[in-house]
Design a protein around this ligand. Structure first.
Ligand SMILES: Cc1cc2nc3c(=O)[nH]c(=O)nc-3n(C[C@H](O)[C@H](O)[C@H](O)COP(=O)(O)O)c2cc1C
Length: 477
């Protein structure tokens, strides 16, 4: 009945379509050509009204994460303090493709009535594609977000994410199209520029274009992989001070629960978003207690039984949750990297649990709370802990030659893909990119399992990141 009222309002050319979750209690009336009252129409909320009334004023937010903020993960994150979740980034054109879109959607996208508040994120460079994709989810989420922060090579080639940050007209057009034609609000997630002035001007342009909330990831486009470094909270604070009509969310540098409040205090932002902090400790938003790795892994797998999830995100999650524990039980790490079924994964976690419980009894929690020589908290390896990405050595890892062969092979794959893309059609380019990413991920998974490269790359890596990563480890071997 509600939908037919929307259709009716639309047919009459009413101001905005309306859907659950985004409605203000204040109503207008729609009248037909004979001035007969048809039905009450409620307007789309904007800015702080949207933030408070629809989203529930969330302060702790779980980031969009490709292949990692999937439905099952959102269930877990909400249990542990996530007040707003984002889907992974979806490719708007592939999502709305009339021929193959249904396959893409079936593989990537699922939700249910409990999965709220929820923002669905897309990357796009064509307003029509973005709108078509957004329309497919507008009744199942609270807003649609435009990804303006992805710094990866695939985004450069596909012309989206942070590679749009120099095309302000296009960004404006993408956002204003959704603001005008979508029944739910549009939001955006950006990275910062080298100067605060430019970052603020960019944010203001996005606000003017009609975004109803802005997430600022305080890193530059180049800050990725081994160059990730620290996020710039000063830049985020400047944006928050300059933008007054919509909520601003801070993102970056959240390693421990205590960092959440520090970030809110420093930046003055309305909320704070975490990605890696949440992946390595799914309970980071709930409390400063560091949970047992096995307990989080077990709980996540229990949720996956209920919300069917592909094995590759499951394995990637487990490698992160169990990151401190697996180096102490390397046989299980190897088994996990090769596990081909959910039941195998389940058994491995069950076995690890038994061993870690024994370890805890045998060794005890001494050292908990102390800091190591770098100032990081010492935490027993059976507890979740943040990931510190290693920096590349001065020689870029080139001195390590032990595994140059594999690196060379990966570089060949990269070159081959580049050549293929030069020859390929637009469709081919995307498919090849995906194939390339798949290969990189397979390679990275094996590398992580063997403990040779850092864990954070498994899912959000570029070929270059993996190659660099392997080089770094070479230099240590
Ligand atoms: C595994 C992974 C996947 C990510 N995928 C996305 C994505 O789909 N969309 C996006 O806007 N950012 C993505 N990011 C970036 C995060 O949302 C976040 O901006 C970044 O990691 C900085 O936050 P952090 O310091 O809390 O990790 C991803 C990050 C990681 C680690």
């Amino acid at each position: 009945m509600f939908i037919s009222f929307i259709a009716c309002a639309r047919a009459l050319g009413s101001t905005k379509a309306v859907l659950h979750g985004t409605l203000t209690p204040v109503t207008m009336t729609v009248t037909n050509a004979n001035s007969t009252t048809i039905a009450p129409v409620r307007q789309k909320l904007s800015g702080y009204d949207f933030y408070r009334q629809v989203l529930g004023s969330p302060r702790y937010i779980v980031a969009p994460m490709v292949d990692q903020s999937e439905h099952a993960w959102r269930v877990l994150s909400r249990r542990y303090g996530g007040q707003l979740c984002y889907t992974p980034m979806f490719h708007a054109r592939m999502f709305s493709d009339p021929v193959n879109g249904h396959k893409y959607r079936a593989e990537q996208w699922s939700t249910d009535a409990q999965d709220r508040p929820l923002i669905v994120q897309f990357c796009a460079n064509e307003p029509e594609h973005l709108l078509s994709a957004a329309k497919l989810v507008e009744s199942d989420c609270d807003a649609v977000d435009l990804n303006l922060g992805c710094p990866q090579h695939i985004a450069k080639r596909g012309h989206y994410g942070s590679f749009l940050q120099d095309e302000w007209d296009l960004v404006h057009n993408l956002i204003s199209t959704l603001n005008t034609d979508l029944s739910i609000p549009v939001t955006a997630k950006i990275r910062v520029f080298p100067t605060i002035e430019k970052t603020v001007a960019y944010a203001k342009m996005i606000e003017r274009a009609g975004a109803q909330m802005l997430v600022v990831h305080g890193r530059l486009r180049d800050q990725k992989g081994h160059k990730t470094g620290l996020a710039d909270w000063d830049a985020i604070r400047a944006v928050k001070q300059a933008i007054t009509s919509i909520p601003v969310i801070a993102n970056g540098n959240i390693l421990y629960h205590e960092d959440l409040q520090r970030c809110l205090d420093y930046t003055g932002c309305d909320g704070v978003m975490t990605a890696e902090g949440n992946l390595y400790n799914p309970a980071i938003l709930a409390s400063s207690e560091l949970p047992h790795t096995w307990a989080m892994a077990e709980e996540y797998l229990g949720i996956c039984r209920e919300f069917p999830t592909r094995l590759s995100p499951i394995r990637a999650h487990l490698f992160k949750i169990l990151q401190p524990s697996l180096p102490h039980h390397t046989d299980l790490r190897t088994r996990l990297s090769k596990a081909g079924t959910f039941d195998e994964v389940w058994d491995i976690v069950a076995e690890l649990k038994v061993r870690l419980m024994e370890d805890e009894v045998r060794i005890g929690e001494e050292g908990m709370g102390e800091r190591d020589e770098l100032g990081y908290k010492k935490v027993p390896y059976w507890r979740c802990q943040p990931y510190f990405r290693p920096e590349l050595p001065a020689d870029n890892g080139a001195s390590g030659s032990k595994r140059k062969k594999e690196v060379g092979e990966m570089e060949e794959v990269m070159e081959e893909r580049t050549q293929q893309k030069k020859r390929g059609t637009e469709e081919g380019k995307i498919a090849e990119d995906e194939e390339c990413v798949k290969k990189v991920k397979e390679f990275a998974t094996v590398e992580v399992a063997s403990g040779r490269i850092s864990k954070g790359f498994v899912d959000y890596c570029t070929l270059q990141d993996v190659v660099q990563s392997v080089q770094t480890e070479n230099s240590r071997i």
